[in-house]
Design a protein around this ligand. Sequence first.
Ligand SMILES: Cc1cc2nc3c(=O)[nH]c(=O)nc-3n(C[C@H](O)[C@H](O)[C@H](O)COP(=O)(O)OP(=O)(O)OC[C@H]3O[C@@H](n4cnc5c(N)ncnc54)[C@H](O)[C@@H]3O)c2cc1C
Ligand code: FES
Length: 277
Amino acid sequence: MQDPYELNECVIKKIRFETKDTNTYTLAFPNDLIIPEEEFKPGRFILLSIFGFGEAAFSLSSLIQNGTFETTIRKVGNFTQKLHSCKEGDKLYMRGPYGEGWPIDKAEGKDILLVAGGIGLAPLRPVILHIAKNRSKYGRLEILYGARTPNDMIFTSEFETWRKIPNSILRLTVDAVPRGVKWNYKIGVVPILFEDMETTPDNAIVMTCGPEIMMHFVVKGLIAKGFSEDQIYVSLERRMKCGIAQCGHCQVGKKYVCKDGPVFAYSEIKGLPDLTI
Ligand SMILES: Cc1cc2nc3c(=O)[nH]c(=O)nc-3n(C[C@H](O)[C@H](O)[C@H](O)COP(=O)(O)OP(=O)(O)OC[C@H]3O[C@@H](n4cnc5c(N)ncnc54)[C@H](O)[C@@H]3O)c2cc1C
Ligand code: FES
């Protein structure tokens, strides 16, 4: 059995600017390390470290392809600041992928509703890429995405490609539009997009990721529309240390976000302490 704490060296192949504080990093393994494709299931996360600076959890924001994969990182504190100062060619260390991902197998044959807020679109992007790759296995794909302003939206260069995925819809909203910025979509918080939503509860799976307060109102809105607690999957964010259910840092009630999640059916976590969803 592989040591769960084993660090794998990886190299930054490419850095793509998303917003003023967020970049997408393409990472590759230089030593011909082969990690099976199934390990990179959408919704799982890795622990990235830089010696002397620390370690933090990041979602996979792509599928793995030719030994490379992507992760999208927002600069919020010491470690992510250091990551943002890295250049193409620099080395990082990775553990994982860990955790339970999105229910992409259970979702086969069903309509898929994705509801994302801010950088919460990052862990949902591999779901979009997976559906595009396996289009006939899924029903309608509807993506509802909101950010603070148009300039805070990530993956904007891919929106047109996503709209061309057969039988798919992308709806956008922002909290506010700064003066002088062009915006042709909705203004308001994410649940405003439910007004035009086409997905119905009959045969659908919902996956949502964003700030907990956003997911709270998303779940409330969906339940009011007739979706059941088993149909709605949320991705939780907690401070991680071990990543393998040993240290208790990420515990929410009796659940370990690192091992039992980060993705949970709402019915599994509803009412647990320290949750605002
Ligand atoms: C399963 C999982 C997946 C994640 N996926 C991603 C991802 O794909 N991309 C990504 O950018 N981050 C992701 N995160 C969050 C990321 O792990 C943290 O933001 C990171 O640990 C911050 O490290 P830091 O040392 O830079 O910040 P710290 O120095 O620890 O924090 C600095 C300040 O920022 C605040 N802060 C820390 N984290 C956040 C946050 N997430 N949001 C808002 N404020 C914060 C702190 O409260 C503190 O005030 C994920 C976390 C988990 C648990
Ligand atoms: S991070 Fe240690 S138990 Fe989850």
